[in-house]
Design a protein around this ligand. Structure first.
Ligand SMILES: *[C@@H]1O[C@H](CO)[C@@H](O)[C@H](O)[C@H]1NC(C)=O
Ligand SMILES: *[C@@H]1O[C@H](CO)[C@@H](O)[C@H](O)[C@H]1NC(C)=O
Ligand SMILES: *[C@@H]1O[C@H](CO)[C@@H](O)[C@H](O)[C@H]1NC(C)=O
Length: 178
């Protein structure tokens, strides 16, 4: 009996710390800039943020692959603002087709886990037709990294056959009001 009450107490304490913590963290998108480098292979129709409320800003993307892409890779890099955006510790080059068969690279897995439920591109290669991100937003509870507060830019360049085809660059802020 006593241990049940203690367990419930600990649980309630944990919930309130978690709620308070989540409230105190701001982790939101602030801008999105996309660009196609080869409109005969990838056309971008939409790359836009929408403010659902003060803290929930969604990213919506719609682009079309015009010919099947079998050989896809990404270069991802995070920049942190300090007199302009400077390269920050997280950087990765990922073979997307290999990754989708069997995930690898902890940074890529983290990003993919944030994104995958909002997209139609969590399938194996090849890629063809509309590529959609619908209503994606950042959730602090999914962030398992000790991020310093700041303004960030996450640049992703997408390559087909090792040649850059388009870029999806999103800006976000992370603030911990503790
Ligand atoms: C642009 O896309 C076409 C396919 O439509 C492809 O054949 C060509 O190699 C691409 N060019 C570059 C520089 O990636
Ligand atoms: C893709 O995402 C959908 C929705 O979350 C899920 O049902 C499906 O199993 C996923 N497919 C893969 C290959 O992960
Ligand atoms: C992807 O394309 C590049 C350039 O054509 C080639 O060197 C590389 O071997 C290809 N990778 C795979 C897995 O087919």
């Amino acid at each position: 009996m006593r241990s049940t009450i203690i367990a419930i107490g600990v649980f309630l304490l944990w919930i309130s710390i978690k709620l308070w913590y989540t409230e105190a963290v701001i982790f939101k998108l602030t801008n999105a800039v996309c660009e196609s480098y080869n409109e005969s292979w990838f056309v971008i129709h939409q790359c836009r943020l929408r403010a659902v409320n003060r803290v929930k800003i969604t990213f919506n993307f719609n682009g079309i692959v015009l010919h099947p892409a079998n050989n896809i890779s990404v270069n991802g890099q995070i920049f942190k603002k300090a007199n302009g955006y400077k390269p920050w510790v997280l950087k990765a080059s990922i073979d997307v087709c290999r990754f989708l068969k069997k995930t690898y690279n902890p940074f890529a897995i983290l990003v993919f886990n944030l994104f995958k439920e909002f997209t139609n591109f969590n399938h194996s290669c090849p890629f063809m037709g509309p590529q959609i991100v619908d209503g994606f937003y950042l959730r602090p509870e999914l962030l398992r990294l000790p991020f310093p507060s700041g303004e960030y830019l996450f640049e992703i360049t997408w390559l087909f056959d090792k040649k850059p085809q388009f870029a999806t660059n999103v800006y976000f802020v992370f603030t911990e009001d503790l």
